[in-house]
Design a protein around this ligand. Structure first.
Ligand SMILES: [Zn+2]
Length: 295
């Protein structure tokens, strides 16, 4: 049924001149995903009410002129910042709030004219920052987000791998870290393969709480907690056979990738930008054809 049904080329709602998916009430936003009430944006993801934003991931609320930020919003002229809000004229800073005129700072509150967390006068700041920018220009660092080498996490431990999968060697070649950490095996009475689990929840003994289950796909062990077991019993749902990470992965597979392909409407042949790849078998209709066919 899913294959033969008509699919709208995007899930955008009330948008004008936009490309991307899951956009609502946006105008002039391109290559954006899951954004609402945004205007004049490009390459943004999961942000709300941003204006003039580029390469923004998360938050972005009530922010204007914002570039290459993660989970940062409120304010204006913010670039290369992470986990920050209520800023004005702030560059390369992490976890700073209610601040203005910062460069390379971390964890500041209600500060202004600081470089590397050190307080300067307005005049000193305005003299030093252009010098630093010039230096960074020469070393080709200016205008780029923090070097991935400075990340505390491996590429495979971050959301990046879900949207842009890379193998270990590829990630290392591109300058990312990689984590080889393996979670220790749980100290349990017994480890049972998922295939040995009872079919119904009614047959599951309380002792399951002392055991670990081996995922049917990855063999990674996982445990069941009491609240979870109570919930399964209440809802009459059998125990999961897959590790939580695998279940997360399974859900992601149902979503289209955050990537746009140019293809033709399967009804009228007009060109559309859609997250349905060229090899997808579903019938993909442009907005007009979809509306005509459905309503
Ligand atoms: Zn069409």
């Amino acid at each position: 049924m899913f294959q033969s049904a008509i699919h709208r080329f995007s899930q955008n709602m009330k948008c004008e001149n936009c490309s991307g998916d899951y956009l609502a009430n946006c105008a002039n936003c391109h290559e954006c995903f899951e954004a609402t009430e945004c205007q004049d944006c490009k390459f943004c993801d999961s942000n709300k009410s941003s204006k003039d934003a580029y390469d923004v991931l998360g938050h972005g609320q009530r922010a204007e002129l914002i570039l290459e930020t993660v989970a940062t919003g409120i304010g204006q002229m913010i670039a290369f910042c992470v986990l920050s809000a209520d800023l004005n004229n702030v560059f390369y800073s992490i976890s700073c709030h209610s601040c203005s005129n910062l460069f390379g700072c971390a964890g500041l509150r209600k500060k202004q004219y600081c470089i590397f967390n050190k307080q300067y006068s307005k005049e000193e700041y305005e003299q030093l920052v252009p010098q630093m920018i010039e230096h960074m220009r020469q070393s080709h660092e200016w205008g780029e987000f923090f070097n991935p080498k400075t990340s505390h996490f491996g590429y495979n431990e971050t959301l990046a791998i879900e949207y842009f999968p890379l193998a270990r060697e590829e990630a290392l070649k591109d300058g990312f870290n990689w984590s080889d950490y393996l979670a220790p095996k749980p100290q349990v009475e017994q480890m049972i393969p998922a295939s040995k689990l009872p079919e119904t929840i009614a047959e599951v003994p309380d002792r399951i709480l002392d055991w670990a289950i081996e995922c049917e796909v990855t063999s990674k062990p996982f445990r069941i907690v009491k609240q979870e077991l109570d919930f399964y019993r209440k809802m009459n749902i059998s125990l999961p056979r897959r590790h939580p990470d695998q279940r997360h992965h399974d859900r992601l597979v149902w979503r289209n990738p955050r990537k746009l392909w140019v293809r033709k409407c399967d009804k009228c042949g007009v060109e559309i930008k859609t997250t349905y790849g060229l090899d997808r078998q579903e019938k993909i209709f442009c907005e007009e054809c979809y509306q005509k066919a459905i309503f």
